[in-house]
Write a protein that binds this ligand. Structure first.
Ligand code: GTP
Ligand code: MG
Length: 236
């Protein structure tokens, strides 16, 4: 994930194309993916959808700053799923490896993470976006109200937004993950634990239990901080 406004160091076109052709040869999918332009056009639509939703969130963020009211958004990050990771997900789920299958089955090609200051901010920012007339909610997974057994908490929404191209609107999904700073802090460490475990970590079970415990303590701390924050803002 890269923060907004910071330019990613771009790979050269040559590097991108040679990697692309290496991957399609590895997968034996030259027939369907032989023309890199078709794939690029599809990715351009996802990138457009990510910009549409990103701009909506940036507009809200700017309005909070102008109105000098407590800003619920701490920061945002965005990413497009890589070609390799798209193919990996199709393969893992036994889905056809075609452009059409990407469009029909994967809703997280474009992803935005919104890191909020307080727990209630997650729901208020998600609501502000959900209510916009050109945005639709395709799916909601509330891991804040219902944390995963490993302790993972975040609110995931799949939005769809139209991207207008020369041939008309393309209604495109964008996955938005809303979480607090504490949830983000926890998820980074849990991700590191899972990633490291693929190599070697003899303490995996023990660390997993510690993380479940940390998640519930962070949850408790967030509730207390929310209540102080609410109280301070009621008095103002
Ligand atoms: P994916 O195949 O991972 O996209 O799963 P899914 O389609 O069932 O979606 P889900 O909403 O469960 O999770 C999507 C994304 O949320 C992941 O790609 C991660 O970024 C994040 N996520 C979900 N579960 C966890 C978790 O247990 N730990 C961490 N660190 N991140 C998670
Ligand atoms: Mg995903």
């Amino acid at each position: 994930m890269i923060p907004f406004m910071i330019l990613e160091r771009k790979k050269s076109q040559y590097q991108i194309e040679s990697e692309y052709y290496r991957i399609i040869t590895e997968y034996g999918i030259e027939n369907e993916f032989g023309n890199i332009n078709d794939f690029n056009i599809l990715m351009q639509i996802y990138s457009g959808a990510m910009r549409e939703i990103g701009t909506k969130l940036e507009n809200l963020d700017e309005e909070f700053q102008c109105r000098r009211i407590p800003n619920p958004i701490h920061h945002m990050e965005s990413r497009l799923k890589t070609f390799e990771s798209i193919l990996g997900k199709l393969k893992k789920n036994n889905l056809p490896i075609t452009l059409r299958s990407i469009q029909h089955n994967l809703y997280d090609i474009a992803g935005i993470r919104v890191i909020c200051n307080y727990r209630n901010d997650i729901y208020s920012v998600a609501d502000m976006l959900s209510k916009q007339p050109d945005v639709n909610v395709l799916r909601t997974k509330d891991y804040v109200a219902h944390p995963k057994p490993n302790g993972y908490r975040s609110l995931h929404l799949i939005y769809t937004v139209p991207v207008f191209l020369t041939d008309g609107p393309h209604v495109t999904p964008v996955e938005v993950q809303f979480r607090t700073i504490a949830m983000d802090y926890w998820a980074s460490l849990e991700h590191e634990l899972r990633y490291k475990n693929q190599t070697s970590d003899h303490h995996y079970e023990q660390h997993s239990r510690t993380l479940i415990n940390c998640a519930s303590q962070l949850d408790e701390i967030e509730r207390m901080m929310q209540s102080v924050h609410d109280d301070l803002n009621e008095q103002n």
